[in-house]
Design a protein around this ligand. Structure first.
Ligand code: 5GP
Ligand code: MN
Length: 353
């Protein structure tokens, strides 16, 4: 039996907003991934089916491997069209923040978001939800914001409104945030959700192929280059580091999304418990950090302690203003300071294998 983490009382206020509000703007985080886009499009499609004027705004372009999702072509990209996006935000009755826990994660759209008088709801699964929302629906125990949207719609009594398109968007978000059901996915309840999405008509093999088997030749060659030339192993710290400069990414004709998943690869090595990826982001003129870990090793603390970021226990990110070399130096300083930590979850990295 499906166990809903939300109750009718939890969604009562949003249901009330739906009785008077017409214009809904859904925002999600910078560097939008499958869950950000999937959960946002699912909610948007639901609201449109109910006759609402609903749009999705992403801070920057979502990767091509998500472009097949129903509704993708209608997404507004703030970085490309800030004037239109600011107007949409300022005219909204309700602003919905999906898959992020703090407004800084929506980059350029955050000023308009904060100053707006609209009702604001957060629907998210990251720990430590921040302020700036009237309603906070935060469930870090769930696999994804997409799974939470499913709970949300069911708690609103809208199970029957889940169309094939809505289900496909939610399924894709769950599939990507669990690495194709390989992590964050041990709760039997999640598979009841998935079962019901398949019932609604999701073609799971097509979703997998679109997302995971739609690589360009150069992306696969980039992966080979990274693993051969760019991966450093710090055995005594059970940690791996990958770096990529703008020049290296240009050489491999690197497109948006082409570096996705690289950070997970070193965890395939026996004994590696944390993997860090530092890449130059020429668009934002900074260094982007991605981190992954296994078990109770808190890579989100590495991201927040040394790169001003955060995220989930086992999947986190951050940013660094400076050169790639300086970011690597920060990483080294971070590892060195963690070596002295007395925290058991951190100490696991430095135990002899
Ligand atoms: P990714 O490595 O796939 O970009 O991000 C992994 C996780 O970390 C995601 O849940 C994402 O929301 C979070 N994350 C990524 N970058 C940042 C960041 O700069 N700040 C914070 N607080 N979280 C981030
Ligand atoms: Mn997510």
């Amino acid at each position: 039996m499906f166990k809903n983490v939300l109750t009718a009382a939890d969604v009562h206020e949003f249901k009330n907003w739906m009785t008077w509000a017409d214009r809904f703007v859904i925002l999600t985080h910078t560097g939008p991934d499958g869950d950000a886009v999937g959960s946002s499009l699912a909610l948007c499609s639901f609201l449109r089916d109910k006759g609402k004027d609903a749009v999705v705004i992403v801070p920057d372009q979502a990767p091509d491997f998500l472009s097949w999702l129903p509704g993708f072509k209608d997404i507004h990209v703030y970085a490309a069209d800030s004037g239109v996006c600011d107007e949409l935000i300022s005219k909204a009755d309700v602003l919905c923040g999906l898959d992020f826990n703090t407004v800084s994660r929506i980059a350029g759209a955050s000023a308009g978001f904060v100053s707006s008088k609209a009702k604001k709801i957060m629907i998210d699964h990251h720990p430590y939800p921040g302020p700036d929302f009237d309603l906070t629906v935060s469930h870090p125990e769930l696999s994804s914001a997409s799974e939470l949207v499913y709970h949300f719609l069911c708690a609103m009594g809208q199970y029957k409104s889940i169309t094939e398109d809505i289900a496909t968007c939610m399924y894709t978000g769950i599939m990507t945030d669990t690495g194709g059901f390989s992590y964050s996915s041990s709760d039997p309840n999640l598979f009841i959700v998935v079962s019901s999405l398949l019932d609604a008509g999701v073609d799971k093999d097509a979703a997998y192929a679109h997302v995971f088997h739609s690589w360009s030749e150069s992306r696969l060659r980039l992966q080979g280059f990274v693993l051969h030339e760019k991966m450093k192993i710090f055995k005594d710290c059970s940690t791996a580091l990958i770096t990529l400069s703008s020049g290296e990414m240009e050489k491999f004709d690197c497109r948006k999304g082409d570096t996705e998943g690289l950070v997970n690869m070193p965890l395939q090595i026996l004994g590696i418990k944390m993997s860090v990826f530092l890449r130059e982001d020429s668009e934002r003129n900074q260094i982007k950090l991605s981190a992954r870990s296994t078990g109770s090793v808190p890579c989100n603390r590495f991201a927040s302690d040394f790169f001003g970021g955060g995220g989930h226990l086992n999947a986190a990110g951050g940013e660094f203003n400076g050169t790639l070399e300086q970011a690597v130096a920060r990483f080294m300083t971070g590892l060195k300071s963690w070596k002295k930590s007395t925290d058991d979850s951190i100490r696991q990295l430095f135990k002899q294998q």
